[in-house]
Design a protein around this ligand. Structure first.
Ligand code: GLA
Length: 389
């Protein structure tokens, strides 16, 4: 916290009006379902992105990043599709989207500092958007942190920033997680209705024996959501829904899946649709298993989700597959890739007393292949965006 304040003072020559922060996330299950009107089940990470901010009396945005040591200046009227480029789009895009939603939003001096690893599939971009959105809400009196309904509107503005300024056609899971998650709970979000439930996420409870932990592995395999593959999956899912004559794949009854698949025009669409429909169903099962403290079942669902993402949706990669296999070999109840895929991170449900074994197993599997050393860390479910000081 003091680093972001000190840097702000140094770069902008004055104390910030305040500091706001928002978390990264891992999704427990429900991958590539958000843009299909489906269900997702993320937790907020303890890792957060901080934004020290001061309002300006013009409409200029000046933003400094501690991670890149770089100052970007953008007047409000220069913000649009693809402009500014790079990480500043997430900051400028949020102010733009709030203005588009009719809010009176002025300029800002912003210093950002992030603990959320960038490019690791842990939603560093949503954390940045939501930290800045939280700051703008408070500094311009928008009231968008007041309750979950207001926070959902702020999340929608952050999604517009990502889709229309940063030009990444992502769904809304990451921004909802950053704004709605609660400590020690996973967020069950219905991406069609916007309904939420906070599902206790406690892996150490008495019924779980010695207890388990969630181990996240950043495979260090580069991951980008605006490189075409993500948009291609989204288009395929939309085409499958349109061939079936339904608004989205959410509308396909899992019990009637085979009939629906038989009506699709090609095998690729069949596999894409099968992933989405079965994955939405797995979220329901995972929530029931968590509520029943049935962690072996949660592990089986993780494994099934990974297989579906790897074989049917084809968004995994060698590094994710190896990290998942190595975690299982070292005793995990289950493991899967998390987030958009094509690199990024995996998660594994690991016995609390077997963490070092799992980390070592994953590290050795990567070393054997001469891959960059992965980073594994245990996470608990953190809280959403708020003002820190
Ligand atoms: C990325 C996107 C999300 C979601 C996931 C896949 O994280 O930002 O909206 O689609 O991929 O579940």
């Amino acid at each position: 916290m003091s680093r972001v304040v000190d840097t702000h003072r140094h770069v902008f020559g004055a104390d910030p009006a305040g500091v706001w922060s928002a978390p990264g996330r891992v999704n427990l299950i429900g991958e590539h379902t958000d843009y299909n009107d489906g269900l997702v089940l993320p937790i907020a990470l303890p890792h957060r992105t901080s934004a020290a901010c001061s309002p300006r009396d013009d409409d200029l945005l000046r933003v400094w990043s501690v991670q890149t040591d770089e100052l970007v200046e953008v007047p409000a009227d220069a913000v649009g599709p693809g402009s500014p480029a790079g990480w500043a789009a997430y900051v400028a895009g949020v102010l733009w989207a709030l203005r588009e939603a009719g809010h009176a939003v002025g300029g800002l001096d912003v210093t950002v500092d992030s603990e959320v690893p960038v490019g690791a599939g842990l939603s560093s971009s949503a954390a940045l958007e939501c930290a800045v959105g939280a700051a703008a809400s408070d500094l311009f009196g928008l009231g968008l942190l007041a309750d979950d309904e207001a926070r959902a509107r702020l999340a929608a503005a952050c999604v517009r920033a990502e889709n229309e300024v940063a030009m990444a056609m992502t769904g809304g899971m990451d921004q909802s997680a950053a704004l709605l998650c609660r400590p020690d709970h996973a967020l069950l979000l219905d991406c069609r209705s916007g309904d939420t439930e906070h599902v206790p996420f406690d892996l150490s409870g008495p019924a779980s024996g010695a207890g388990y932990v969630l181990l996240v592995t950043d495979t260090r395999a580069a991951h980008a959501l605006n490189d075409g593959q993500y948009a291609e999956r989204r288009a395929a899912a939309e085409q499958a829904a349109s061939e079936l004559g339904v608004p989205s794949l959410r509308d396909v009854d899992p019990a009637a899946l085979d009939d629906a698949l038989a009506r699709l025009s090609d095998d690729v669409l069949r596999r894409r649709a099968r992933h989405v429909v079965t994955e939405i169903d797995r979220v329901r099962s995972a929530v029931a298993a968590l509520r029943a403290d049935d962690l072996p079942e949660v592990g089986r669902l993780f494994d099934a989700s990974h297989a579906s993402l790897r074989d049917d949706y084809e968004v995994s990669c060698a590094e994710l597959d190896v990290s998942v296999e190595a975690a299982r070999t070292a005793g995990a109840l289950g493991a899967r890739m998390t987030g958009g895929g094509f690199g990024g991170s995996s998660i594994a449900l690991v016995p609390a007393d077997g963490v070092e074994e799992a980390r070592r197993g994953i590290r050795e599997a990567f070393a054997q292949r001469s891959w960059t050393e992965p980073r594994s860390f245990v996470v608990t479910a953190g809280g959403s965006a708020h003002r820190d000081s």
